[in-house]
Design a protein around this ligand. Sequence first.
Ligand code: DCP
Ligand code: MG
Length: 433
Amino acid sequence: MDVSGKMAFGVMGMLPPTSACSGGFQRNDKRQNQTMKSDTKSEARQKSIIHLDMDAFYPAVEVRDHPELKGKPVIVGGGRERGVVSSASYEARKFGVHSAQPMATAMRLCPHGIFLPVRMSRYQEVSRQVFEIFHSFTPLVEPLSIDEAFLDVTGVERLSGPPREIALKIKEKVLDETGLTVSAGVAPSKFVAKIASDMDKPDGLTVVPPDRVREFLDPLPVDKMWGVGKVTQQVLARLGVRTFQDLTQIPVGLLERTLGKHGAAMHRLAMGIDDRVVEPGHETKSIGHEETFARDILDLEEARKEILSLAGRVARRMRREDVRGLTVSLKIKYADFTLITRAVTLTEPVDDSGEIYATACRLLEKTEVGRRPVRLIGVSLSQLSSPDKETQLRLFDDDRASLKRKGLTLALDSICDKFGEKSIQPATLVSKT
Ligand code: DCP
Ligand code: MG
């Protein structure tokens, strides 16, 4: 699948990636950089986009949870007789096993494979952890699927370093916190970043600087173009188009006549022109706080107190940003660094510390806190939405008591903001001396 990617490096006379995090495309001599500069028209407002895609996501989670499977051909999918493959580990892919293939075919190709059922809730849990990590770098995260997202890091470069460094930090943090690898593509547009992340999988990092976009795209086969199906490929083949460069040389009018409005769009993309912005999805954005303790927490009651404090901080931030959240997540890191997340989606979005606290305490029951020493606790809310105006109006007209409560809460929030976290606390948090 990466053959064409590797060819790109070869054709341009570049070193193939030498290590997992090669970023090989970035390594090129200055002369070539300069020759390619004329291709770039709008460097002044260049964006820095990172596309991230977890490697063999479902099988990788299974291997992470069952380390004895490491290095084995693991195939995750539906029932053995009639189901299809959801995904296969890279070891299994060597035998020709791939996503969407009938399970029966996979079993024929890889009879000694380890076939496992889909554990969706577990993959969602890990996905939430991964997206939290993405959000810790920038709020501009656009989720594409359970294991894939675009990040716009243009605005955070001053804080976190150049985009390549940010991508490396993200990869490191994902590996650290989940034990999984993610491949990254760094480029000035979504289109190029997405292609780049796929070039050096697994555990890849491919950086395409703005002045080398055309050099990167030109030799790639057109089937690398995101969303190009079999029929379009056949039409293009009839026009003699095999690579992106071939596509740029076909008159736009001809492309429009044969492929409709997509023809012109494809032409632009092949030229490396893509102004689409990263559109953060509310549903995975989250607001959270976590605390690493100076000494491990052994006691359930002590854990509850910490959760109460975290819930208060989360609730205050949500009210400040005027959002409420539907999903409450509790993150626990045990003393041996094992990280787990428990989450529940409520029927109504909340921004109230009491409700967040109560929900997180229910989640606490699904953990081993109290029986296993804990080094970190985190509370977060996701699936955020702005309270709709109607509810606010109703609140104003009919429910003076809740309105008063809201006024009081906001007043307390501002005291906390001004004088610090410890200035006002629920009674249970004031330690008895
Ligand atoms: N998936 C699925 N059915 C498909 C494709 C994917 O159920 N036809 C699921 C299983 C994958 C997950 O979605 O693990 C993510 O899809 P990807 O296309 O990103 O594939 P992988 O992450 O498995 O592998 P890669 O390393 O190629 O990204
Ligand atoms: Mg993936």
